[in-house]
Design a protein around this ligand. Structure first.
Ligand code: SF4
Ligand code: FES
Length: 257
């Protein structure tokens, strides 16, 4: 959070410096769903009044609470720039990354909850293992037994284009944990795993498409998707998640990659 005092800005002429304009701070109320398994039997809401700038992010407001109001608040974050995917949470009722949502867009009353459908470990920290187990189940790596020799495995721009969108996934879990089918049945492999299967199924260098399609054709696979579109709306990388799921369904139906 910035200081409100004015600073001396250097003048171009080298003369007397003009005071830089003061940064406007305003109060927001942060309502955070808290849960401490050592003290609580169920989650409860706690409110904090913090002073922020409009261009601060929700993550900055959470840091303000943790560093200056209540050090027991637990949350995950790493890069703070929308790259690592670790701070997906439910902000004002919708999945978002706390590090990319600006306070001016979040409003003066901001609610923050853990992502849904995964067990809460403490406060905003959930157990991601069920999510990563689904991810691992689709073999999200290049499968090719042939020896490339001393060259690279070449690929045309057109072939690369087929899976370009799904390479952008940062495994934040926003899509899977916004999916009503996943809330109701955690054995569903979920949108993120399908996105990451898509990334390899449509890669012309890969030879594991048939195995992945067999996995996704099982009862916990793509056919559980009811095309609710929550996943595409939740994705902070704007990946066309529903479209990727549809492409995988068509590849299974028509035996064509
Ligand atoms: S597809 Fe989008 S929402 Fe889903 S895990 Fe990847 S980046 Fe996150
Ligand atoms: S902290 Fe890395 S994506 Fe937000």
């Amino acid at each position: 959070m910035a200081d409100t005092t004015t600073a001396e800005a250097p003048s171009e002429s080298g003369g007397a410096a003009a005071p830089a304009p003061a940064v406007e701070l305003f109060k927001i109320e942060l309502r955070i769903k808290r849960f401490d398994p050592e003290r609580d039997t169920k989650p409860h809401w706690e409110s904090y009044q913090v002073e922020m700038e409009g261009t601060d992010r929700v993550l900055d407001a959470l840091h303000e609470v943790k560093y200056h109001h209540d050090g027991t608040l637990s949350l995950r974050r790493s890069c703070a720039h929308g790259v690592c995917g670790s701070d997906a949470m439910v902000i004002n009722g919708a999945n978002a990354l706390a590090c990319t949502m600006l306070i001016k867009d979040a409003g003066k009353i901001v609610t923050v909850e853990p992502i849904r459908g995964l067990p809460v470990i403490k406060d905003l920290v959930v157990d991601m293992e069920p999510f990563f187990a689904q991810y691992r189940s689709v073999m999200p790596f290049l499968i090719n037994e042939s020896d490339p020799g001393y060259t690279e495995r070449y690929q045309s721009s057109e072939d690369r284009e087929r899976f370009d969108d799904t390479t952008k996934c940062i495994l934040c879990a926003a899509c899977t944990t916004s999916c009503p089918v996943y809330w109701g049945n955690s054995s569903y492999v979920g949108p993120a795993a399908i996105v990451n299967a898509h990334r390899f199924i449509f890669d012309s260098r890969d030879e594991g498409a048939a195995d992945r399609l067999d996995i996704l054709n099982e009862k916990s696979g793509v056919w559980r998707c009811r095309t609710a579109f929550n996943c595409s709306e939740a994705c902070p990388r704007e990946i066309k998640v529903t479209q990727a799921i549809e492409e995988v369904k068509r590849a299974i139906l028509y035996d064509r990659v």
